[in-house]
Design a protein around this ligand. Sequence first.
Ligand SMILES: [Zn+2]
Length: 430
Amino acid sequence: MSLCIRGVHLFPMDGSPDRPDATIVIDEGRVTAVGGEETVAPPGARVVAGKGLVSLPGLVNCHNHVAMTLLRGYGADLPLQRWLQERIWPAEACLDDDDVRAGAMLGCLEMLRGGITAFADMYDHTDAIADAVEWSGIRGVLSRGVVGLRPNWPAALAEGEALCRRARQSPSGRVTAMIAPHAEYTCPGAVWQEAIALARREGVPIHTHVSETLAENEGCRMRHGVSPVRFLEEVGALDAGCLLAHCVHLDAVDVRTLARPRIAVSHNPVSNAKLGSGIAPVVQLREAGALLGIGSDGAASTDFLGLWEELRLAAWMQKAVRRDAAALPCGALLRMATADGARALRLPEGCGTISAGAPADLILVEAEGLHQTPRTDPVAGLVYGTRDDDVVLTIVAGRIVMERGEFPGIDHQRVAADAAQRSRRLLEAV
Ligand SMILES: [Zn+2]
């Protein structure tokens, strides 16, 4: 399918400036041309009128547990450890492949609705999640979460290895993999060694949770005499390449350590706020040169999977805690949500930008709604003023996967009803 979007306000995110009246040509999954009115469309291309719309690369959700849509809102207002031990883990123990497939499908559609074209995930039943990624049309960087305190951890690690094999054979190429020891506090050193060796054999990074709460940070210092970041360094995880979720409680040495190459941090502001975990030192990490993306975390801890709200909260929290309105400006947030997020997830070259030759992962966003008028500053308007349902078109690998709330070839009401029914049954059984 070829597409030609005309007259759109383009934010290419490739280092070049925004362009108010741009033409974008898409053919065979890639952006083939970006230019002005004179740009020629291939014969037979569908022409999309972009007037009044903004185009930017698809948003990248750097940390999720997508099937947790089934547990949306469950255990609200509990602190992290009680929330996990009393509510989430008992419920998750009852999930089967079909439940996870249904929850993941709902989560993938929710993300596409809000303009997310790629996400990183960590969970169990990863075959079912890979099915949902293939069916929905999104890109997924999946990993099998390994809880080393459970006796089945070697089997979980083997499932992680099988997931890497499946990713290499993904018919669409949209499924890739990482290896995911869950966290320092759930994985003894021997499990870390096995996981790191596997990641190195497979040539993929480690995806893990780091220093989410103060209790975790203090517990790690008691267990190992060092901070969680330093622990990861000592076991060799950082050298293997890492995607690190949360990083809320860091000392100055941790911040410098995380600025090294091959390390990316997923900042998850809504989850950190809702679970009372704290506010990550995003400004310090950026100043040190760390690569940062934005993540939603699972819907059980954030309630929704869109990124626009995350961007706003990320900005507000940094500005408020630092008493500095200039902290974490909107242009930086837009880069974190697109180009930087794509690098954090090691997506194919060019993802996170709209440029000739790049994979066509992009969105069109309504920019003339009541709540967006007048647009006195296009970037601020986009970051502080966009809602999920302002996204009118989501394109992944050159294919339209969401258009004005509909998903071509997918009955989204049926997907939602199936997930809701499975959630009800699950919570009755816990
Ligand atoms: Zn998480």
